[in-house]
Design a protein around this ligand. Structure first.
Ligand code: SAH
Ligand code: AVI
Length: 345
């Protein structure tokens, strides 16, 4: 019994086979860049793991579980808004040909938008961009079952590095960036990403951006500290994903999940905190990480915005704010912006 437990622990610590299922691995250049980025993030103060590593196969499945938790309000709040306002959103963008979604995840909320395009007489193509092969497979399965008439083009890509989209369609593009994922980046990174998206678009193409809004800190805190511990598992799983990619030897069970809401910065921060002093072989990163007891690695920020901040963000990226749709409880907002010819015209 004890031997089996020791064997299990040893296996956890041994280098794991490299999974080919993330966009970071699609080319050797990208792989070398990702290793450099990870090494640099872990040597920073505070130490960090880029949050895209949260979405290996298991992480993507855990995120889907999070979206169904009673405490995690963003998904159901945004879903209700989309269900109610899809028609108006699509009317502002019509005639839509491509519906492009960044960080599509399981894309459960997207079906309503596609339905609105179909109801408008459009024949949409759906382009799903995600770093997770697991998420893209789920997207394909969900859409094939729900709307078999809509062709799906999966794009496995890290949108912080490159954005490859299929050739321009005959009609407009409606780009969806939902879930509040924009808040997982600092302001500069978020602005860069949106500006890069706009570079791919023609004037008149449309962006629909979902953002978490400032609300009751207790509700925000609960959403990232659920009673079942799914978020804690999602957080710890990032270490498995890093082990698999970098052949490092993190032991996820040796870390505590800590996710406080910072009222002043208006953001949740997810941390993994070492329960004891430890030395971790970082495998292909070619280093050893020494952590003292209580030292943390930040794995995610999740920002809360005001309406004006969201509108300023899209405007600065070259999208003229066209509509603002807010949930009745003020916890989630959708901004619709029209792509301009240049950033400041
Ligand atoms: N839009 C969905 C999923 C949000 S979870 C929803 O609202 O529920 C965030 C999604 O973005 C995940 O599917 C994750 O794999 C993807 N993602 C995170 N970082 C990414 C990156 N750098 N490039 C591409 N996709 C990314
Ligand atoms: C994808 N993103 C918007 C989620 C969020 O709420 O920031 C990821 C997440 N992290 C913990 N729970 C959910």
């Amino acid at each position: 019994m004890a031997r089996r437990a020791a064997h299990r622990r040893e296996r956890r610590l041994l280098p794991q086979p490299v999974s080919p299922r993330t966009a970071a691995l699609v080319s050797l250049d990208a792989e070398a860049a990702a290793l450099r980025e990870l090494r640099e993030a872990l040597s920073r103060s505070p130490r960090e793991i880029p949050c895209k590593y949260l979405y290996d196969d298991r992480g993507s499945a855990l995120f889907e579980q999070i979206t169904r938790l009673p405490e995690y309000y963003p998904t159901r709040t945004e879903r209700a808004l989309l269900a109610e306002r899809s028609q108006a959103i699509v009317a502002a963008a019509c005639p839509v040909y491509d519906v492009v979604e960044l960080g599509s995840g399981a894309a459960e909320k997207t079906v309503g938008i596609l339905d609105a395009v179909l109801a408008d007489g459009g024949r949409p193509r759906y382009v799903a961009v995600d770093i997770s092969a697991h998420a893209l497979a789920r997207t394909r399965d969900i859409l094939a079952a729900a709307r078999p008439e809509v062709p799906v083009e999966p794009v496995l890509a890290d949108y912080t590095r490159e954005l490859r989209l299929p050739p321009k369609p005959r009609g407009r593009r409606l780009v969806l960036f939902l879930g509040g994922t924009i808040g997982n980046d600092e302001n500069a990174g978020a602005a860069r990403l949106l500006a890069r998206v706009r570079e791919h678009l023609d004037p008149g193409d449309v962006l629909l951006l979902g953002a978490n809004l400032v609300t009751d800190p207790a509700a925000i805190h609960a959403a990232y500290n659920d009673a079942q511990g799914v978020t804690a598992e999602f957080n710890r799983n990032v270490l498995r994903a890093v082990n698999s990619f970098a052949r490092s030897a993190f032991d996820p069970s040796a870390f505590d999940h800590y996710a406080p809401y910072d009222v002043e910065k208006r953001r949740i921060e997810m941390w993994l905190v070492a329960r004891s002093e430890m030395e971790i072989d970082l495998g292909r990163l070619g280093a050893t990480l020494r952590l003292s007891k209580g030292e943390g690695i930040r794995t995610e920020i999740s920002r809360r915005f005001t309406r004006d901040e969201v509108l300023r963000l899209i405007d600065a990226a070259g999208f003229t704010p066209e509509r603002w749709i807010e949930s009745p409880d003020g916890r989630f907002g959708l901004a619709l912006g029209l792509s301009r010819a240049s950033l400041r015209s």
